[in-house]
Ligand binder design. Structure first.
Ligand SMILES: Cc1ncc(C[n+]2csc(CCOP(=O)(O)OP(=O)(O)O)c2C)c(N)n1
Ligand SMILES: [Mg+2]
Length: 744
């Protein structure tokens, strides 16, 4: 029997019909129709009768909403729908047992979880109908991408499994709150609920998040909503065992609970235990609930193409809704009339909610771009001033190499801002067991390039620690910490090794602000040793700046320092600008001194917020060299050589690549009429293309300015001196290109 009509049958018009429908169960030996106060107790779900009925109401509303969404789709009012049909018992139970302040990082099947939390059907329809007032995403995300700031629902995005690492990081951050920041967004005795489908548990990030959860014993409740399918692929086809939680049996400190997720009673029992376990500090819990998928995967799928009719019918028999209705009647918790009353009321509520949402204004497109970033200069400056007011930098005026300048600038801010925490591979001085006993004896590591040296000793292992060797974990956890109110400054050991964390970066970190309509910032800094010019010592995977792919991602800021002064100023601006900042540190310049690098360490008033801090060298009018990072000192030397040949130029050294200080580019491009952009990224889609576009997209400017570009070869950087010199622009290349440009 089609499922929607089964529900209609419960919710249909006739009590007699429902009574007949429930008959089988009321005659069963266990059934004890009674109306005394003990009925709920006898049912054994450990919840009072009113709460069980509320749970039923939520399950019914959830299903009715699924149906209503499909109707809206058919009517051409919406563009997509994905249902929670079949998962309602497990999800409503979880949602009911969690505290209202426990963060939820849910996936699309969790409609009932979110209804139980208090999201209204009206609010949910606002998302499906792409309305401006949608509290989840301001109409930016597809339906069932839950999010609600006031109700502690973390915005989720589409890639399956990508919510897990942020949730794990958040659980970890919450547990550490009293020790580090005192008070955070969520109470420090919260548990974090995260859910995922059975197929998606194959994703590495799921596995990584569980490993992280057991290692940190954080209060995470992970829910596998197992309907046995990933679109058209049954679990057994992908997994070694149809039991998708079997893999995790060996995980230490992990409580694994399994149950029938179509049963309210079993769901309540499992989540009760899991939540208690996690909240008591004993570690994470994995709740594996077997549910059914009553509707096709989504509105774009038709499961009749790959599932046989008898199988669908058998699954329909396990529909949690009639099952729970039968139990409620059988145990005398509610009469059929009462249950029908609930359905009718819900039907009316859902109908009205959809109608009301359909009349609301659609996404405000003028707010799409502004929602991508958070940076507002006044706000950022005020926040920065809170931590530096009345202070003078103790390193002011010192001649430090860039690595030390970054270290000192971060350390000084850590002194007054407890929210700053750091992790990354090898960034601590010593591992915790040695930190206590052998701190005197051992010098310590402090990062493979020594940039974080001494920070753990100075600020404690609770604020600076070594991360596991896992970039997705490094970045994913930062989302959780940032949401709890910390200001993570994490390190990716080499820019070249960010790829295992790419999804976390571009799908989670970069999109959080956009996908919440600007409601949820995730400020953080991702520091990375970057770039080449290593005198042959590097190669692909150790020698590339690759700023271009980062610049392509809406939501990320990109800064590339090149000397002590601009590095200190820019890291300050990066930490307080409110956006996720990719801080690309040219490792070849870390220890350079003299000439271009002899820049005194700046006092606190020197802070370079996004777009600021660029430097100009020279005032020649023959051409403007534009460079950043490694190519800035290269061009600085070229300027001197060109001068000796009678070519007078100037150098614009950009510190922020996104946003670029376009006024400065314009000013110096106009002043000389000739621009040579020198870039260690490759030509195609590299940072230089982005810089050139500042000129090209301005018609007046492009007509008046001759633009030339020097970039890396269309190859990955090759090992050894000859290979590297061939691949990356060299001093002679700059001189040659400048000469040609000036003489043409
Ligand atoms: C990274 C990623 N790959 C592919 C998809 C497309 N996709 C969406 S849901 C899905 C199947 C998920 O199955 P499961 O995790 O079991 O959850 P279910 O839908 O069955 O509840 C796929 C392949 C996606 N959203 N993200
Ligand atoms: Mg599934």
């Amino acid at each position: 029997m089609p499922l929607a009509s089964r529900l209609t049958k419960i919710g249909g018009v006739s009590v007699a019909e429902l009574t007949r429908y429930l008959e089988g169960e009321t005659r069963s030996p266990r059934a004890r129709p009674s109306t005394n106060g003990r009925a709920a107790e006898e049912y054994g779900a450990d919840l009072p009768a009113e709460q069980l009925l509320e749970l039923y109401r939520i399950m019914v509303a959830s299903r009715l909403m699924d149906d209503q969404e499909l109707r809206l789709l058919k009517q051409g009012k919406a563009w997509f729908s994905i249902s929670g049909a079949g998962a309602e018992a497990a999800c409503a139970a979880a949602g009911t047992l969690l505290r209202k302040t426990d963060p939820i990082a849910a996936f699309y099947r969790d409609r009932a979880t979110c209804l139980a939390r208090g999201v209204t059907p009206y609010e949910m329809f606002l998302e499906q109908l792409a309305c401006a007032e949608d509290p989840a995403s301001a109409g930016h995300q597809m339906p069932a991408h839950w999010g609600h700031k006031e109700l502690a629902i973390i915005s989720g995005t589409s890639p399956t499994g990508s919510q897990c690492l942020g949730a794990q990081g958040l659980a970890e951050a919450i547990a550490k709150t009293p020790k580090i920041i005192g008070q955070g967004t969520y109470p420090s005795d919260s548990v974090v609920y995260c859910s995922i489908g059975d197929a998606a548990t194959f994703q590495g990030e799921f596995y990584e998040s569980l490993k992280g959860a057991v290692a940190t014993r954080c209060p995470l409740v992970m829910h596998i909503v197992d309907n046995g399918w990933g679109i058209s692929v049954p679990s057994y086809e992908s997994h070694a065992d149809e039991d998708v939680s079997a893999y995790y049996r060996g995980f230490p400190n992990l409580l694994i609970l399994k149950g029938d997720g179509t049963s309210v009673r079993e769901s309540i029992a499992a989540f009760r235990k899991a939540i208690d376990h996690a909240r008591s500090g004993r570690g994470p819990a994995l709740v594996h609930m077997k549910v059914v998928r009553l509707y096709s995967h989504s509105a774009s799928d038709d499961q009749r193409k790959y599932r046989r009719k008898p199988d669908l019918a058998a699954e329909g028999e396990r529909d949690p809704l009639p099952k729970f209705a039968r139990e409620l009647v059988a145990y005398g918790i509610a009469s059929p009339e009462a249950l029908m009353g609930i359905v009718r009321t819900a039907e009316e509520e859902v109908r009205r909610a959809a109608e009301k949402a359909a009349s609301r204004p659609k996404t405000d497109v003028s707010k799409i771009e502004p929602s991508v970033y958070q940076f507002e200069r006044g706000r950022a400056e005020a926040e920065y001033r809170r931590f530096v007011a009345g202070r003078t930098s103790q390193y002011k005026g010192q001649d430090l190499p860039m690595a030390e300048a970054i270290n000192r600038a971060m350390s000084e801010l850590m002194e007054t801002d407890p929210r700053l925490v750091m992790w990354g591979e090898d960034i601590a001085d010593l591992h915790p067991r040695y930190l206590q006993s052998f701190s005197e004896e051992l010098e310590g590591k402090g990062g493979v390039f020594g940039v974080t040296r001494g920070l753990q000793r100075r600020h404690g292992g609770h604020r600076v620690w070594n991360s596991p060797l896992a970039e997705a974990t490094i970045l994913g956890r930062a989302v959780g910490y940032s949401l709890q109110g910390y200001r993570p400054v994490v390190e990716i050991q080499f820019r070249d090794f960010i790829n295992p964390g790419w999804q976390q970066l571009v799908d989670e970190i970069a999109t959080m602000s956009f996908r919440t309509g600007g409601a949820t910032p995730v400020p953080m800094v991702v520091r990375m040793a970057s770039g080449g010019y290593l005198l042959g010592a590097g190669a692909l995977h150790h020698s590339e700046m690759a700023a271009g792919p980062l610049l392509y991602q809406p939501g990320l800021r990109v800064a590339v320092p090149s000397n002590a002064r601009n590095a200190a100023a820019a890291i300050r601006g990066a930490i307080y600008c409110g956006d996720p900042v990719m801080f690309l540190e040219p490792k070849a310049l870390y220890r350079r001194r003299g000439g271009f690098f002899a820049t005194p360490f700046p006092d606190f008033d020197d802070v370079a917020f996004p777009g600021e801090g660029s430097e100009i060298y020279g005032d020649g009018e023959d051409l403007t060299l534009i460079a950043y990072g490694n190519t800035a000192p290269l061009c600085y030397d070229a300027l001197a050589r060109l001068q000796s040949e009678g070519i007078r130029g100037r150098l614009l050294n950009l510190v922020w690549l996104h946003p670029i200080d376009e006024n400065l580019v314009r000013e110096h491009a106009e002043a000389t009429g000739r621009v040579l952009i020198v870039d260690e990224d490759r030509r195609r889609c590299g940072a230089g293309a982005h810089i050139a576009d500042c000129i090209y997209r301005d018609r007046a400017l492009r007509r008046g300015v001759d633009v030339e570009r020097l970039a890396a070869r269309d190859s990955r950087v090759s090992y050894g001196l000859a290979g590297e010199q061939y691949c990356l622009p060299q001093l002679d290349d700059v001189i040659r290109a400048a000469r040609e440009l000036v003489s043409s």
